[in-house]
Design a protein around this ligand. Structure first.
Ligand SMILES: *[C@@H]1O[C@H](CO)[C@@H](O)[C@H](O)[C@H]1NC(C)=O
Ligand SMILES: *[C@@H]1O[C@H](CO)[C@@H](O)[C@H](O)[C@H]1NC(C)=O
Ligand SMILES: *[C@@H]1O[C@H](CO)[C@@H](O)[C@H](O)[C@H]1NC(C)=O
Ligand SMILES: *[C@@H]1O[C@H](CO)[C@@H](O)[C@H](O)[C@H]1NC(C)=O
Ligand SMILES: *[C@@H]1O[C@H](CO)[C@@H](O)[C@H](O)[C@H]1NC(C)=O
Ligand SMILES: *[C@@H]1O[C@H](CO)[C@@H](O)[C@H](O)[C@H]1NC(C)=O
Ligand SMILES: *[C@@H]1O[C@H](CO)[C@@H](O)[C@H](O)[C@H]1NC(C)=O
Length: 493
């Protein structure tokens, strides 16, 4: 049967090459400075006095280090540190081919406008460090729209840059001992609601055209819009991130891989005013022309609260294609839907090979939601013949309680969503309904589903309790072979 023979996905050669390079590079011993007096003094660090050591694990340690304080930074929550961040990154960028650079952000409240990172670089936040985004709109540069979107999402034309950005980089680590990046988004949200912005809001972290990205052990608060946006990038690990935004803040999506390959998102806790994770790949004719898919993406051990949106969304911008997405061990309390696929005529491309298993859900409108007529287009130039294909969607081992309706699955008339496989799902409805599953233009199979799925998902019987009907790939997860090293930074105060 067709669903069973979906082939696995092999890690691209680029990753294997990179791992070889990693193995050949500095080992842990070289990363840890045993001399407690070491402090990047050659780079202007510290002024002597008591040393404090910070240990952390990361895919690579760095040979050159500096503290934001060495560049005139003042962590009083009032003084602008835009120039300090810019100077520090510029200084450390010279070491990209000499062991890399690490910028330490000490305890304190570091107000700043947007700044960019560099290659072979680590940004490390002390546990009591808070990077505070400036609320002065004039400090946010306006940059070009993403080519795969053709315009900003909120407004036609350019868009505000992201707080922490970077383009065409290799080997970037943003980590810390759960330090904080606070977007202070409230002013942006009220301007957005009041229609007072000329350009699309910036994101908290956006890395473009980059390879080997690690974002770990941080708390992100109150982003103006999306929180983490890797775009046109590959080989990405996002782990141990707490993202908090008011549940009614506009478009504060958690993590949005966009035209990215080989992405692992794990152990994250997200409270959001929009989707907790949204996988995207460009918008209508712009995304089709750019043609860069999102693929080989794993989301696991995610805890999500998103009352107005999905736990995991695919689309609605998916015009470069989305394929090989896996999600497992997902917990959500109070979300609009568990997994949502959204697309529209004009999007073109495809969403295929999506595998979700082991979700535990409490309080939602729809456990599964598919929408073939999502109404939002960049302009009216989209191609009415660009019909998206949705095929090979497997959901299994899900329990959900306090649910309004089990599923709302709406394909495209004349272009049904196919290969939908649903097994071992138990949904406890808040109130009994005549039609707990609503399906139009979808085709597939089901087994062990309570309450029973719609007739267009032909029941295969429950001889095996519904287990095993729907496939889940067994080949390695993206970036599974990345070894973390023990790094240390010694700061003298
Ligand atoms: C560290 O610095 C102190 C004072 O400057 C000095 O006495 C001590 O020998 C140094 N220790 C090492 C291991 O270099
Ligand atoms: C992140 O935090 C966890 C739990 O505190 C810890 O086990 C892990 O080593 C940390 N990761 C990094 C990259 O520091
Ligand atoms: C960051 O890089 C982007 C893309 O290269 C550029 O447009 C932007 O102006 C840079 N931002 C800053 C603050 O330098
Ligand atoms: C960044 O990479 C993209 C894609 O490879 C390329 O089109 C662009 O010219 C590069 N930009 C710079 C500044 O190198
Ligand atoms: C990180 O900080 C956030 C916000 O204070 C907290 O909710 C979370 O539990 C912390 N994570 C860890 C691993 O300590
Ligand atoms: C069905 O799913 C539940 C979790 O929701 C799991 O505990 C159970 O093992 C699954 N049954 C089979 C037969 O796979
Ligand atoms: C069930 O869902 C309703 C509506 O979403 C909510 O108001 C209620 O608090 C939930 N009940 C429980 C026990 O969580």
């Amino acid at each position: 049967m067709e669903l069973q023979k979906r082939s696995g996905v092999s890690l691209p050669k680029i990753l294997a090459t990179w791992l070889l390079l990693l193995a050949a590079s500095a080992g842990p011993a070289e990363c840890i400075r045993e001399n407690p007096n070491f402090s990047a003094q050659d780079e202007g660090g510290g002024g002597g006095g008591a040393a404090e050591e910070f240990r952390y694990s990361a895919a690579s340690c760095r040979t050159h280090t500096a503290s934001l304080a060495d560049f005139g930074g003042v962590g009083d929550g009032v003084t602008s540190n835009t120039a300090a961040f810019g100077d520090a990154v510029a200084h450390l960028s010279q070491f990209a081919s000499d062991g890399g650079g690490m910028l330490f952000v000490p305890a304190g409240r570091w107000l700043t406008g947007p700044f960019n990172l560099t290659s072979s670089f680590t940004l490390f936040l002390h546990r009591d460090a808070v990077i505070l985004a400036t609320q002065n709109v004039n400090e946010w540069p306006v940059i070009d729209p993403l080519p795969s979107y053709g315009r900003g999402r909120d407004h036609p034309g350019g868009r505000y840059s992201s707080l922490i950005g970077g383009s065409n980089l290799t080997d970037v680590i943003i980590t810390g001992d759960n330090g904080t990046i606070d977007g202070q988004g409230a002013t942006w949200w009220s301007k957005f609601h009041g229609n007072k912005l000329k350009y699309t809001r910036g994101y908290l972290i956006e890395l473009m055209h980059s390879d080997q990205i690690f974002i770990m052990n941080l708390t992100l608060l109150n982003s103006p819009a999306w929180n983490i946006h890797p775009v046109y990038s590959s080989n990405i690990v996002i782990s141990g991130i707490t993202i908090l935004a008011p549940v009614h803040s506009p478009n504060t999506d958690g993590i949005n891989p966009d035209s990215c390959s080989n992405v692992r998102i794990e152990d994250c806790y997200i409270v959001s005013g929009d989707d907790c994770v949204a996988i995207k790949s460009g918008w209508d004719e712009y995304g089709i022309a750019y043609g860069m898919p999102s693929q080989h993406i794993l989301v696991r051990r995610l805890v999500c609260v998103s009352p107005t949106s999905a736990v995991i969304a695919l689309g609605s911008e998916m015009s470069g294609g989305i394929r090989d997405v896996r999600a497992e061990d997902i917990t959500a309390v109070n979300s609009e839907s568990g997994v949502r696929i959204k697309t529209a005529i004009g999007r073109g491309a495809y969403v295929r090979d999506v595998f979700v298993r082991r979700m535990t859900l409490d309080t939602m409108k729809w456990v599964f939601w598919m929408t073939g007529n999502y109404k939002s287009h960049p302009d009216d130039k989209y191609d009415p013949n660009a019909i998206p294909v949705v095929d090979g969607i497997s959901y299994s081992d899900v329990t959900a309680v306090n649910v309004t309706m089990a599923a709302r699955l709406e394909g495209i008339p004349g272009a049904p969503f196919t290969g939908v496989c649903i097994s071992n799902i138990t949904v406890a409805l808040r109130k009994a309904r005549k039609l707990p599953w609503y399906c139009t233009d979808v085709e597939g199979v089901s087994s062990g589903v309570t309450p029973a799925a719609c007739a267009s998902l032909a029941d295969q019987g429950t001889d095996n309790g519904g287990g095993g009907l729907c496939p889940f790939p067994t080949d390695p997860a993206p970036m599974e072979d990345v070894q973390l090293q023990e790094c240390a930074y010694v700061k003298t105060s």
